[in-house]
Write a new protein. Structure first.
Lengths: 399, 93
């Protein structure tokens, strides 16, 4: 089922533009009409990271006339494994600025609008207003639900994509464009509890997966803008890079959807951080008065060496993370072993338990489990091994 | 009835890294019980404490979301493909 084009055609293409876009113009389905529509299109890309990098480059190359970039972060060296819009000399630079410069090099006819502030309830509607289409490439559930709701209230369709390790998902949410089309909340009514689903920063992502899913998002964007083909509305594309398999599944509009259902309960923007939670309530309670700093830990380790104190330092990360860097004297027991209970058998009862992870999120979760098992004096290390490397031992690599 | 179950990356720690496993059962509920018998712990990742499918996990029998079929009572005929699709949010950082 094709949809009417989202965008009216621009009045004309210049001779330079005709030369540049000739490979589009000679495809009958796109042609002069489709290319003029792309020229007139205003597309907002949220995140200039993994998904945003290929999405921005291909949207720009395709000749989308106005591209907005919503991104507040700066380029870090660990981004370059997959965020191909940025280069070595961009490290430390705002990502939105770096992306803008790359786009200018790819296609100088694109008008780039930078939205360098973090999206929140106060600015999201204002930033979205005026765009024909949104491409969502953020990295957390809170922003994803906010994007979904804001796009719905402003009646802007959006192309959604999500990645983790070797798995990708993509869909088009256009509940205000097509009767019976679902929104993101129809697909996933609620986010997972904090700590249950790792982020890419914790779990990793195959770099090229960003291109696999980001290019699907651009493909759908071009179809929607120009009104060609059968868009991914009401369908979920699942990609498994290890099996090299794409599967398309149906996504239905949920009549009980809190946003677009028959009796909506979400009628304005909500508190998305509370809805999604940064860490679980149990973890927050456990960590409240049981968090130590890396400086305190260094002191404790010295005392342990001198024989004036004893405790067990447990690293709850995964083995591949432990290979990258470690706090000396830490024993590796991954978080999963705490969830299935086997870790508790390995912990002595007569010593204090000190836990750490990469940044302190996972260790807060395991702290709640360990405290629940009776280790009342257990603590965890705020900031984790990242803080250790930054503040105590800069000779080790960080990630 | 033997069905094949697609396991997402995030749950492969339970299946020893296998992306597709076979399970027996006439309904989805039976299939999930059979999965649990072979891969201890996986059921709790799909179902909540009350035994309902978690709101951030979708289970498909064939190409259809079982929430729009008969949920856990959805029939799983011989050779059906069952897919577990959890919400993931990665994309940027």
């Amino acid at each position: 089922m094709s949809l009417p084009p989202l965008v009216e055609p621009a009045s004309e293409l210049t001779n330079d533009e005709v030369r540049r876009y000739s490979r589009h113009l000679i495809i009958p389905d796109v042609g002069m009409d489709g290319q003029k529509r792309l020229k007139n299109a205003k597309v907002l890309v949220i995140g200039a990271g993994g998904l945003g990098s290929p999405a921005l480059l291909y949207l720009a190359a395709a000749g989308v006339g106005t591209i907005g970039i919503a991104e507040f972060d700066e380029v870090d060296e660990s981004n370059l494994q997959r965020q191909v819009i940025h280069g070595q000399s961009d490290v430390g630079k705002p990502k939105a600025q770096s992306a803008k410069e790359s786009i200018a090099e790819t296609n100088p006819y694109v008008n780039v609008v930078v939205h360098g502030e973090r999206l929140d309830n106060d600015n999201v509607l204002q930033i979205f207003e005026g765009y024909d289409l949104i491409v969502d490439g953020t990295d957390n559930f809170a922003t994803r639900y906010m994007v979904n709701d804001a796009a719905y209230f402003l009646k802007i369709p959006y192309v959604w994509g999500s990645i983790y390790r070797f798995d990708g998902q993509a869909s088009v949410f256009a509940p205000t464009l097509v009767d019976d089309a679902p929104c993101y909340r129809c697909l996933y009514p609620e986010p997972p509890p904090p700590g249950m689903v790792p982020s890419c920063a914790e779990g990793g992502v195959l770099g090229v997966l960003c291109a696999s899913i980001g290019s699907i998002q651009v493909n759908e964007a071009i179809k929607l803008l120009t009104g060609i083909g059968d868009p991914l509305v009401g369908k979920l594309m699942i990609y498994d890079a290890l099996e090299m398999e794409y599967r398309k599944l149906k996504v239905r509009k949920d009549p009980s959807c809190a946003l677009c259902g028959d009796n909506p309960t979400v009628t304005g923007l909500i508190d998305y951080d509370t809805f999604c939670g940064a860490i679980s309530e149990e973890a927050a309670d456990a960590a409240a008065d049981s968090t130590i700093s890396v400086v305190q830990l260094e002191h404790m380790l010295k005392e342990r060496e001198e024989g004036t104190r004893d405790f067990v330092l447990v690293d709850v990360r995964e083995p591949n993370e432990y290979e990258i860097n470690k706090i000396p004297g830490a024993v590796l027991i991954p978080k999963g072993d705490f969830l299935n209970g086997t870790a508790l058998e390995k912990l002595p009862h007569d010593k204090q338990i000190v836990m750490h992870c990469k940044t302190g999120v996972r260790s807060a979760e395991t702290l709640a489990i360990v405290k629940g098992a009776g280790y009342a004096d257990a603590v965890h290390v705020g900031g984790g091994v990242v803080a250790w490397v930054n503040q105590i031992d800069p000779s080790q690599p960080s990630y | 009835m033997s069905v094949s179950v697609r396991i997402p990356t995030i749950l492969r720690t339970y299946t020893g890294g296998e992306s597709e496993v076979s399970a027996d059962g006439a309904t989805l509920a039976d299939v999930i019980d059979d999965l649990e018998a072979n891969f201890s712990g996986i059921k709790a990742r799909i179902l909540d404490d009350q035994g309902a499918i978690r709101r951030f996990v979708n289970v498909y029998v064939g190409n259809d979301d079982v929430r729009f079929l008969e949920n856990l009572e959805t029939k799983t005929p011989e050779g059906t493909q069952v897919s577990v699709i959890p919400a993931v949010a990665g994309g940027s950082s």
